[in-house]
Design a binder for this molecule. Structure first.
Ligand SMILES: *Cc1c(COP(=O)(O)O)cnc(C)c1O
Length: 408
């Protein structure tokens, strides 16, 4: 699989459209074949072949790794079995006593993993609000070995200034790891902004078809990438060939999917903003969003995720029950629109107090916009809102006539 074209010389759209195409030496198949074999024969016991055992490496996974590395501008990529496996792989770079800094509002599974590993003494853990310069300063004063960032955050779409974190990290030699799941390399390239490692849950935008759970780690530096690949083989978290095959297939349409989904999200957001049953919209594309300027400076677009805080007269549970085009589900970034109430779903493991601190109210609804037409999505939300206000009004009427009059 010799690649004469240097990935950097090609536009990313071209890179994924051509990844692995017509590279099959057996039959010259145009679409790359799927190599499911667990093991590969040696021509001679003294000559180790390029592939010998599929955990250590297989041609299908290599194609996906090279495509993802090219997209993120990485020297080496490692494809693993899930986003959580990708994050855990990176934690092999820290030793007991060393400090890991992570965002206080990181993905719930990441929070659980970091907390559990820290409790076992694998490292010391400091959670910080990385959008607050004073907290960032305090976290870096402890001289961390590894800093994880996740921007935009979930579910409030807070924006962390990647360049500011990198500047601090340079001062103390910390490794900066960016979870780029929410935007994908189509909209943000953290390695260009100075990060050392990008991790992905490829389950989301990268595959985009909600039929694979997978992850990837992309390192800017070859030696660091080789180290991560060694650990991935050692611990056995590498991705399966069939998952890699499907993910490369999904990846080919990343750019048109992401562009269309974010255009639709922008349209839905601006039409919802005019509705008086909407109290707050959290979308970095809005000039009123506190992270708008930073997002503009480090992202190529604002993405297709947003959250809405609904007014008090809206029963948000009824709202979700009345949506027909949005599936009530966790996850994001697929071709299909999804909706969730973080307080009862993605963030249910947090205590009500912790949710309050993080700014996640019971009235918050998170939307992931898919490939449907925006007219249909807006009509679906407005119709469900009409019903959610009616049912909410009935419920409130039993409590006090004062509140009930608000719902009229
Ligand atoms: C989903 C997700 C993960 C975890 O990925 P899995 O593929 O579900 O293991 C990590 N980080 C972010 C931001 C995610 O959205």
């Amino acid at each position: 699989m010799s690649d004469v074209k240097r990935p950097d010389a090609l536009h990313p759209e071209t890179l994924i459209a051509t990844a692995g195409v017509a590279t099959d030496p057996a039959f010259n198949s145009v679409s790359p074949p799927l190599h499911l074999s667990a093991n590969y024969g040696w021509n001679d016991p003294l000559e180790k072949p390029q592939y010998d055992y599929a955990r250590s490496g297989n041609p299908t996974r290599t194609q996906l790794e090279e495509a993802l590395a090219g997209l993120e501008g990485a020297a080496r990529g490692v494809v693993v079995s899930s986003g959580m496996a990708a994050l855990d792989l990176v934690l092999n770079l820290v030793d007991p006593g060393e400090i890991v800094v992570a965002p206080h509002d990181c993905y719930g599974g990441t929070h659980r993993l970091l907390t559990a590993r820290a409790k076992r003494g694998q490292f010391e853990l400091v959670y910080a609000n990385q959008t607050d310069p004073a907290e960032l300063e305090a976290a870096f004063a402890r001289k961390p070995k590894l800093v994880l960032l996740e921007t935009p955050s979930n579910p409030l779409l807070r924006i962390t200034d990647i360049r500011a974190v990198v500047a601090h990290a340079k001062d103390c030699g910390a490794i900066v790891v960016a979870d780029n799941t929410f935007l994908s390399p189509a909209l943000q390239r953290p390695l260009d902004l100075g990060c050392d490692i990008v991790v992905h849950s490829t389950t989301k935008f990268i595959n985009g078809h909600s039929d694979v759970v997978g992850g990837a780690v992309l390192a800017r530096d070859k030696a660091l990438g080789d180290d991560l690949a060694w650990w991935a083989n050692c611990t056995g978290v590498t991705g399966a060939p069939f998952d890699s095959f499907l993910t490369l297939r999904g990846l080919r349409t990343l750019f048109p999917r992401v562009e269309r989904q974010q255009a639709t999200a922008g349209d839905v957001v601006s039409r919802l903003a005019a509705d008086d049953r909407v109290a707050n919209i959290y979308y970095p594309g809005l000039a009123s969003h506190p992270g708008h300027e930073v997002a503009k400076s480090q992202q190529k677009g604002f993405g297709s995720m947003f959250s809405v805080g609904f007014a008090e007269n809206v029963d948000v549970i009824e709202l979700l029950r009345n949506l027909n085009l949005f599936t009530i589900a966790e996850s994001l970034g697929g071709f299909e629109s999804l909706v969730c109430t973080p307080a009862t779903m993605t963030h249910a493991a947090m205590t009500p107090e912790a949710r309050e601190l993080a700014g996640i109210s019971d009235r918050l609804v998170r939307f992931s916009i898919g490939l449907e037409h925006s007219d249909d999505l807006v009509r679906d939300i407005v119709t469900a809102l009409d019903r959610a206000v009616e049912s909410g009004a009935e419920k409130v009427a039993y409590l006090s006539s004062g509140t009930a009059s608000k719902c009229a």
